[in-house]
Design a protein around this ligand. Structure first.
Ligand SMILES: Nc1ncnc2c1ncn2[C@@H]1O[C@H](COP(=O)(O)OP(=O)(O)O)[C@@H](O)[C@H]1O
Ligand SMILES: [Mg+2]
Length: 589
C-alpha cells in the first residue's frame, strides 16, 4: 500500500497520459482516453533532436517528486481489483485454449526459433504456435504495477526516439530504475528484474502480444480480426495460418492501434475510423475501428522485408531459369544504350513488385531513377534515386496528389528511368508517353493475367492509352502464383511477351518465353525477339554477339548461384561492375 500510494502521488505530478492499462473503465472513459491526444510536456519538445544528447537528457532527468493524495490511492486500489478479475478471465481463456490444443490430434510440420507449426486434424489451415508465455496472475500484478508507474513517470513519446533499439534501451533503463527504487515494496527477486523490465517495456512501446510475430522474419502479414478470435498470419512457406495468439479484450487491440496512430502523428476515431500508415521501419499498417468495422477493431500489418529478393533468389525459387535471368538482366541495362520498357503483369501477390525490384536493382548507376508508387515498397540499391508516393485526399477531399500528377511531374525532372508501381489509371498515358519519347527503361506493374489482357486493360478506360502507343513497350512479363499439390505455392514467370508491332491501329503480341506446366519449366518459343533486334540496332552488335552476350551473362549468374551470392547488394554491384567492364570492351571492339 505504501508503495502504491507513493506511485500514485508521483503520478499526479507527471503529465496526464493515455493509460495503457485501461481495463476496468467504462467504454466512454476508454474512448475518450484512447482518442484524446496526450498533452505534450515541455520535455517532449526538447527531445525532438534524436542525438545522444537528447538520450542523455532523458536519462539524467530526475523523476517527479511525490506529493500526498490518499483518495487517488484508494480509487487506484479498486481499479486494480477490477483489472485483476479481467486478467484472471483472460488467463483462464488462454488455459482453455491450451487444453483444447493439447487434446486435438495434430502433427508437427515445421519448427524454428520459438515457433512450432502444426497440422490439426479437421482444420484446413495450419496452426502457428508461438512460445509466448502468458504471465501468471502474480507476475501480471507486478507487471501492471510497474507499468502503471512507468507510464506516468516516463514522459517520452515513443516516436521521439525513432531508432527502435535505442528507444528500447532508454525505456529499459528507466523501467529498471523504477523497479530498483521500489524494490523494497514489490518483491522482485534480483534475477527477475530484467524479465519484468522487458515485459513492461514490451507492453509500453512494443506491440504487446504481436511483438513475437513481428520478430518472425518468415511472416509477411499479421492480421488481427477482433477480440476472442485468433490472430492470423501469412507465412512465407505455409501461407495463411491461425495462431495461438488471441486478444481476449478489444481494448488491447485499440491500444495497439492508438500506439500506431501516435507513432505516425495521426489519429483514429469514430469520425475518421480508417488508418493507413507506414511505420518508421517500413512496415505498412492498416487499422479500422467501429463503426465501419462492424465486428470490432481490426489491424493488418504487411511487414517490411529487410532483405529484398535478388535475381539469384528468383532463380533459386524457380520463378525464372538462368537463360531468362540473363535475358531480363540484359533488358534492365540494354548494354547501357537500350534498356527495355517493361510492364510486369500478374494478379495480387503474384510477385510483380518483387520482380520490379529485382529488375530495378540491375539499373546502371549512371541512370537517374524516379519511382512513383501507390504505396512505397521498392527498396533499391541505387544512389541516384528519387521516390514518390501518392497522397490520398483528406477527409474534406482536398490535398490529393495522384499517381498521374506525380508521373507527369517526374517527366519534368529529367529522369532516365521512370518506375511506376501499380499502373491503374490515367498515369498509364504519361508512362506510355515516356516510353515513346526516349525514356527507355521505364517500368511498371499492372494487374492483368496475360499479355493479351494487359493490352486490353491499357487501351480501355480508365487507362485509355491510344493503342498505337503500345509500340513503345518492349516487354510484358507475366507473373503467376500457382498452387501445386506436390510443391505447394510457387510463383512463376508464365509468359514474356513483346509487342511485335502495331498494324492498322492494332497491337500484335508475340510470346517469346512460356512456362510449361507439364514439367514446370520456362521455354523459349521459336519466335525471334524484337527487343534483341533493337539492342542490335542501338549497339551495332550483330545477332551472334548478342547471343554471346546472353551466354556470358548466364555464366555470371550461374556462377553467383553456385557461390551462393544472393543478397541484392552483392548481385546488384556484380551486375553493375560487369556492365562497366563490358561497355569498355564493346566500345573498343
Ligand atoms: N518469385 C517469388 N517466389 C516466392 N515468393 C515470392 C516471389 N515473389 C514475391 N514473393 C512473395 O510473394 C508476396 C507478394 O509479392 P509481391 O511482389 O508484393 O506481389 P505483387 O506485387 O504481385 O502483389 C511477397 O510476400 C513476396 O515475399
Ligand atoms: Mg505489388
Amino acid at each position: 500500500m505504501s508503495y502504491l500510494s507513493d506511485l500514485v502521488e508521483k503520478s499526479k505530478k507527471a503529465r496526464p497520459s493515455l493509460s495503457l492499462s485501461s481495463k476496468g473503465k467504462t467504454e466512454e472513459e476508454l474512448r475518450s482516453l484512447l482518442f484524446t491526444p496526450p498533452e505534450r510536456a515541455g520535455e517532449a519538445e526538447a527531445l525532438k533532436a534524436e542525438g545522444e544528447d537528447a538520450l542523455k537528457a532523458i536519462l539524467s532527468k530526475p523523476s517527479p517528486t511525490p506529493s500526498s493524495d490518499v483518495g487517488a490511492a484508494i480509487s487506484a486500489d479498486v481499479y486494480k481489483t477490477t483489472a485483476e478479475l479481467e486478467e484472471k478471465r483472460e488467463l483462464e481463456l488462454a488455459e482453455e485454449q491450451q487444453r483444447e490444443f493439447e487434446k486435438a490430434s495434430k502433427k508437427l510440420v515445421d519448427s524454428y526459433k520459438g515457433v512450432e507449426i502444426y497440422q490439426i486434424a479437421g482444420d484446413p489451415l495450419l496452426f502457428y504456435k508461438s512460445d509466448i508465455v502468458k504471465p501468471s496472475l502474480s507476475e501480471r500484478r507486478i507487471i501492471n504495477t510497474v507499468r502503471e508507474a512507468a507510464t506516468r513517470l516516463i514522459s517520452i513519446e515513443p516516436y521521439e526516439i525513432r531508432d527502435p533499439v535505442q528507444r528500447k534501451k532508454v525505456y529499459l533503463s528507466k523501467v529498471l530504475d523504477i523497479i530498483d527504487s521500489a524494490a523494497a515494496d514489490i518483491q522482485i527477486p534480483k534475477t527477475k528484474r530484467e524479465y519484468f523490465a522487458e515485459a513492461v517495456v514490451r507492453e509500453m512501446i512494443g506491440f504487446g502480444l504481436l511483438d513475437k510475430l513481428l520478430e518472425d522474419d518468415k511472416l509477411e502479414d499479421i492480421m488481427v480480426i477482433g477480440e476472442n478470435r485468433p490472430v492470423y498470419v501469412f507465412h512465407r512457406d505455409h501461407e495463411m495460418m491461425k495462431t495461438n495468439i488471441v486478444f481476449y479484450n478489444e481494448q488491447d487491440i485499440l491500444d495497439i492501434i492508438d500506439k500506431v496512430a501516435r507513432a505516425v502523428g495521426r489519429r483514429i476515431d469514430r469520425a475518421d475510423p480508417l488508418l493507413d500508415a507506414r511505420l518508421p521501419d517500413g512496415s505498412r499498417v492498416n487499422a479500422t475501428i467501429p463503426p465501419i468495422s462492424i465486428g470490432g477493431a481490426t489491424l493488418s500489418i504487411r511487414k517490411f522485408r529487410a532483405d529484398p529478393f535478388s535475381i539469384i533468389d528468383l532463380l533459386n525459387f524457380g520463378t525464372i531459369n538462368s537463360e531468362l535471368a540473363a535475358f531480363l538482366w540484359l533488358a534492365s541495362d540494354g548494354m547501357g544504350v537500350k534498356p527495355a520498357n517493361v510492364l510486369i503483369a500478374g494478379g495480387t501477390g503474384s510477385g510483380k513488385t518483387s520482380m520490379l525490384n529485382v529488375l530495378c536493382s540491375l539499373i546502371p548507376e549512371s541512370d537517374r531513377v524516379i519511382s512513383i508508387e501507390d504505396t512505397a515498397e521498392l527498396q533499391l540499391p541505387i544512389q541516384h534515386w528519387i521516390r514518390f508516393e501518392k497522397r490520398l485526399p483528406s477527409l474534406e477531399g482536398t490535398g490529393e496528389i495522384s499517381m498521374a500528377a506525380l508521373v507527369k511531374n517526374s517527366l519534368r525532372m529529367r529522369p532516365d528511368r521512370i518506375i511506376v508501381g501499380e499502373v491503374r489509371g490515367e498515369e498509364a498515358d504519361t508512362l506510355f508517353v515516356a516510353m515513346n519519347t526516349g525514356h527507355d527503361g521505364s517500368m511498371g506493374t499492372i494487374h492483368a493475367n496475360s499479355a493479351a489482357e494487359t493490352r486490353v486493360r491499357v487501351i480501355t478506360p480508365p487507362m485509355s492509352v491510344p493503342e498505337s502507343m503500345l509500340s513503345g513497350l518492349d516487354l510484358i512479363i507475366v507473373m503467376q502464383r500457382i498452387h501445386l499439390r506436390e510443391k505447394g505455392t510457387i510463383r512463376r514467370v508464365v509468359e514474356v511477351a513483346e509487342v511485335s508491332g502495331v498494324l492498322e491501329g492494332e497491337a500484335h503480341m508475340e510470346v517469346i518465353y512460356k512456362w510449361n506446366p507439364a514439367n514446370d519449366s520456362i521455354e523459349r518459343t521459336s519466335l525471334s525477339s524484337r527487343y534483341l533486334q533493337r539492342v542490335q540496332d542501338y549497339t551495332g552488335m550483330d545477332r551472334l554477339e548478342v547471343e554471346k552476350e546472353l551466354e556470358r551473362r548466364r555464366d555470371v549468374i550461374v556462377e553467383m548461384q553456385k557461390k551462393k551470392i544472393r543478397a541484392v547488394l552483392e548481385t546488384s554491384s556484380a551486375a553493375k561492375n560487369y556492365l562497366l567492364g563490358r561497355i569498355g570492351t564493346v566500345r573498343a571492339e
